[in-house]
Design a protein around this ligand. Structure first.
Ligand SMILES: *Cc1c(COP(=O)(O)O)cnc(C)c1O
Length: 752
């Protein structure tokens, strides 16, 4: 893009008497007008994902275009504060880490010059907007398009028809240019044609507890897959003609199992165009790669074959055929019968299609998202495939886009880094490590402490506005912000908070540094326990808030509507990043990386990317506690008795009792009793304390106190924080995307 043309347009823009929304649309349009997608040369990668959690695009796009600062200046001259656009809400076409990762990868692909194209769904309603009423989560529809959608262009002529047995659906693309060294495109499809067609791009993750709900999910996944495959094939034919060379020019990354229908769809399309079935399977095997994001069984999709057959008979047929091909091949390769059963695409026992098995069978490469996770995949989840085809498996540790998560979120810290090592690191993030030479300097330490203070003040004033909670003074900030899920163990933090509150009240912690515990999380609407945990935390916070005995020493805030923009403010302000999942269950995490870059120490378990964070920044600059994955596996195999732990630790038993002894009220819903039972009695298909809270809680509490005591020596603590900043370069998604390009897609970045 020619920056000067844009800036000239901007100077001419009339701003008087225009609303923020109006200006937002007009300025965005000026930038869009000057943006043109880069030409496709050579091999391209396509990233298929059911979620793209892009967040607010305005500032990020101007930053990527290199015009953010000047835009702010020009607007200021016209009397417009650029921060007015903060009232434009995020487009939340995703739910959490998986969707945010997809967004960071597109950002990085463009920034480093890898031709990487995103394919997703343009949901009419994003993830619900959250409110609390009496401490309970209330969900409201997220009508994000009411602000307009100036960063997308509807491509009327590129529409396609997606066929289901009972209806045809129009897939209309909306293109969002992703600017950097290259301009790539995120193509989001909207479903049109009839009322039932429109439902397909209605909402993210519709409830799937009924047959109708399941059918809708299958339709969504197929809709995305078919539209993307149709588009990639058409583009290939336009540029290269011959389908035999398809895999030479296209890599397709399946972000988790949701887009796995793209596999049978590509085979279907190729066969229809005259390629033999065997030839089509071969092309598919060279084209697809699969990223696994979780080992939680409830997230590994298995679709009822009857339902797939009902609306997609051809696709069901191809999946069956593929399963037969697979069985023959595996037999020939010497898989045992048990191995053949485990890895089978079609599972005859329950008559389902295992989407993960289909992905692993066809994918050229299968990767996990952090070292430990990739090892677990090889050892447990896909052990049979790994035994026979070890070369299929690899790791790419997740990363986050430093442009959003550091440069946009924390210009103050960036300016400090600039003052020490110049600005080159902004283009070449590896160079950030040079900052390591300066972090023991008194000057750097005091400047860093001032930056943290400033970021806290900014966060607190935002919280005052959003949550109507005043927060002032010097405080140590512990933050746990992420989706609400039992395995992430927000409930364990809640117990620790109750303990802190009690110990402070009884004057057992005379030297405690005043602290704030910050929570942010949305719970899936149908996930009763997660919603119960939100209510429980809100109850605890209310009690602490109302108690003069701890005022000024302990506070809690549960922010509403946690999203990308909120996250930008929180990661910059926090001192301690709470990453406390049960070891083995958080595949990677990316929140942990955002905090690290901004100089929060990690207080967490040896799980996901926490392990690599600690490896880079040093264990003594972070706070590690709790059972390691081996111990968890042993405990899970037999002999874990939470009641026994509680017997040894009566203080924790008492705290667990607060779920049922009337200390906190669940408003008569019975949900606290249900939580209590899940920990001590076991409930539905889970053993008691399925996520090993009581195994880890005492160690967790001690780690919280240790960090708190260390913080009293503010400058020593700041050194630990700075060590984290200086060693965070590895966690840039630029590095991740280049690894994908190199080891998985085998594509070149643009030469400059
Ligand atoms: C980064 C991010 C996540 C992922 O956080 P984890 O701690 O890795 O689970 C979720 N939601 C939002 C809004 C994010 O920005």
């Amino acid at each position: 893009m020619d920056k000067n043309l844009f800036l000239n347009d901007l100077k001419l823009l009339e701003t008087e008497n225009k609303s923020a929304v109006q200006l937002y649309n007009e300025i965005s349009a000026l930038a869009m007008h000057r943006l043109q997608a880069s030409a496709k040369k050579g091999k391209c990668a396509h990233y298929l994902s059911i979620e793209f959690l892009i967040g607010r695009v305005f500032y990020n796009n101007l930053l990527e275009l290199g015009v953010l600062e000047e835009t702010a200046k020009i607007l200021k001259k016209k009397g417009v504060d650029i921060s007015v656009f903060e009232e434009i809400e995020d487009a939340a076409l995703g739910n959490g880490g998986l969707g945010r990762l997809a967004a960071c990868y597109l950002d990085s692909g463009a920034a480093v010059g890898v031709p990487l194209y995103g394919y997703g769904i343009r949901y009419k309603f994003g993830l619900f907007r959250q409110k609390f009423e009496n401490g309970f989560q209330i969900e409201m529809p997220d009508d994000w398009q009411r602000f307009g959608d100036p960063w997308s262009v509807r491509r009327e002529h590129e529409r396609q028809v997606v066929h289901f047995a009972d209806m045809d659906v129009e897939a209309v693309p909306y293109d969002m240019p992703i600017a950097g060294k290259r301009v790539n495109v995120l193509r989001l499809y909207q479903a049109e044609g009839s009322e039932s067609a429109e439902k397909i791009s209605g909402v993210l993750y519709p409830a799937d507890d009924t047959e109708e709900g399941k059918l809708l999910r299958i339709r969504q996944e197929y809709f995305l897959s078919a539209a993307a495959v149709g588009d990639i094939v058409k583009e290939h034919e336009r540029l290269h003609g011959d389908l035999a060379s398809f895999a030479q020019y296209s890599a397709v990354q399946l972000n988790d199992t949701h887009p796995v229908f793209a596999i049978p769809e590509l085979i279907r399309v190729l066969v229809k165009k005259g390629v033999s079935y065997v030839g089509a399977v071969k092309i598919a095997k060279e084209t697809f790669d699969y990223t696994n994001h979780t080992i939680l069984p409830e997230a590994l999709e298995c679709w009822d074959a009857r339902l797939v057959r009902k609306i997609l008979p051809d696709i069901a047929g191809i999946l069956r055929a593929l399963s037969d091909t697979q069985a023959r091949l595996h037999k020939k390769r010497g898989y045992t019968r048990a191995e053949i059963e485990q890895t089978a695409i079609y599972q005859p026992k329950n008559q389902t299609f295992s989407m993960a098995n289909a992905a692993v069978f066809v994918a050229d490469k299968v990767n996990g998202v952090a070292d430990i996770h990739s090892e677990i995949i090889k050892r447990k989840l896909f052990a049979a495939e790994y035994r026979h085809m070890p070369e299929k498996f690899t790791n790419v540790t997740n990363g986050v886009a430093q442009r959003r998560w550091l440069m946009l979120a924390n210009p103050e810290l960036c300016a400090l880094i600039d003052r020490r090592i110049g600005k080159e690191w902004r283009q070449d993030f590896e160079k950030l490590s040079e900052f390591g030479h300066f972090i023991c300097e008194q000057k750097t330490i005091s400047e860093f402490i001032a930056v943290k203070r400033e970021k806290k003040n900014q966060l607190f004033s935002h919280i005052a506005k959003q949550e109507k909670t005043q927060m002032n003074g010097e405080r140590m900030v512990y933050a746990q912000v992420k989706r609400l899920h039992e395995y992430k163990r927000q409930l364990m933090t809640a117990f620790a908070l109750v303990r802190l509150y009690r110990d402070l009240k009884e004057n057992k912690l005379p030297d405690f540094t005043p602290s704030l515990f910050l929570f942010g999380a949305k719970s899936a609407p149908g996930y009763a326990r997660a919603k119960g945990i939100i209510k429980y935390i809100n109850e605890i916070i209310a009690k602490i808030d109302a108690d003069d005995a701890v005022r000024g020493r302990l506070a809690g805030v549960f922010v509403t509507e946690y999203n990308v923009s909120y996250a930008e403010k929180i990661v910059a302000a926090a001192d301690v990043s709470l990453q406390v999942s049960t070891a083995g269950l958080e595949a990677s995490g990316t929140g942990n990386m955002k905090f690290m870059m901004n100089g929060a120490v990690t207080l967490g378990t040896m799980d996901g990317a926490n392990i690599e964070i600690v490896e880079k920044a040093g264990e003594k600059n972070n706070y590690i506690f709790g059972a390691r994955v081996e111990e968890i596996e042993r405990l899970r195999a037999g002999g874990y008795d939470p009641a026994a732990y509680l017997k040894d630790h009566p203080e924790w038993a008492k705290i667990a009792e607060t779920l049922v002894d009337g200390t906190y009220s669940d408003g008569g819903t019975g949900i606290f009793r249900e939580l209590y039972d899940s920990l001590l009695v076991g409930a539905s298909w889970h053993k008691p304390d399925h996520y090993f809270i009581f195994r880890d809680i005492e160690e967790y509490y001690q780690a919280i106190l240790r960090a708190n005591a260390d913080y009293a020596q503010r400058e020593r603590f700041a050194e630990k924080q700075l060590k984290n900043v200086a060693n965070s370069a590895y966690f840039s998604s630029d590095r991740s995307v280049l690894e994908y390009a190199d080891k998985i897609w085998h594509i070149q970045k643009d030469e400059r």
